[in-house]
Design a protein. Structure first.
Length: 229
């Protein structure tokens, strides 16, 4: 998956001499967490809601409201922004972006072209959207998780078994860290229309391979942030 297919292309930006007050207002009014800072279309920095919070006077300050507004109006984006932030190219992979964001504890990265012009913004939400799409979970697919020998051809045998039942393979993901030594854990999502064939297929797969898990995700009553616990 490429970054250019998942990044936000219509990006709000500010210039380095924009007041901190205006930048704060843009962040709040648009419910966003970061603003790229540009000069003549080229990225020169980024400002986040955390930068704004750190730069704002403490709630325990002795300044009155007028003094606070004056202070914020005098402060400029260039005073608090991160200059020369990490960037990505739109032709790099979403997986690479996820790794960089995870290791750097970064929730969003600007995307630039070869001349340094801003072409998009990739957030952790964009990465999650790409991941969800690639798994096929929204397509109503059945997921099977196998522990297979870490040898050439082991996944091919599983695929051949699915083909026998005319199951359509939606996604295949492989990992090693959570598998027993000498094996690999392979998650396969498939779709099959015939319910009778489905049960026969599940039975045969369990008899032939080491099936760790199989199920169809229930998405009708998923929790959301409105749920009160």
């Amino acid at each position: 998956m490429l970054i250019k297919d998942w990044m936000t292309k219509d990006v709000l930006t500010v210039e380095e001499n924009t007041s901190l007050m205006r930048a704060t207002r843009i962040l709040k009014e648009n419910s966003i967490r970061r603003l790229p800072v540009v000069s003549h279309g080229k990225l020169i920095g980024i400002i986040t809601d955390r930068d704004v919070k750190d730069a704002s006077p403490s709630k325990t300050t002795s300044l009155d409201i007028h003094e606070l507004y004056y202070l914020l109006s005098e402060m400029k984006v260039k005073d608090v922004m991160t200059a020369k932030p990490l960037t990505l190219s739109e032709d790099e992979t979403l997986e690479k972006a996820a790794l960089i964001m995870l290791e750097g504890k970064i929730s969003g990265l600007p995307v630039v072209d070869e001349l340094g012009h801003l072409v998009g913004l990739l957030s952790e939400t964009d990465v999650l959207r790409g991941f969800i799409h690639s798994t096929g979970i929204k397509d109503g697919a059945i997921q099977f998780v196998f522990d297979l020998p870490d040898v050439a051809g082991s996944v091919t045998k599983v695929i051949e078994s699915f083909r026998k039942f005319n199951a359509r393979i939606i996604s295949i993901l492989t990992s090693f860290e959570d598998a027993p030594k000498g094996e690999k854990r392979v998650a396969v999502r498939v779709m099959i229309d015939n319910d009778e064939q489905k049960e026969t297929m599940i039975k045969e797969l369990r008899e032939t391979f080491s099936v760790v898990y199989h199920a169809e995700d229930e998405l009708k009553n998923v929790p959301n942030k409105r749920c009160v616990i």
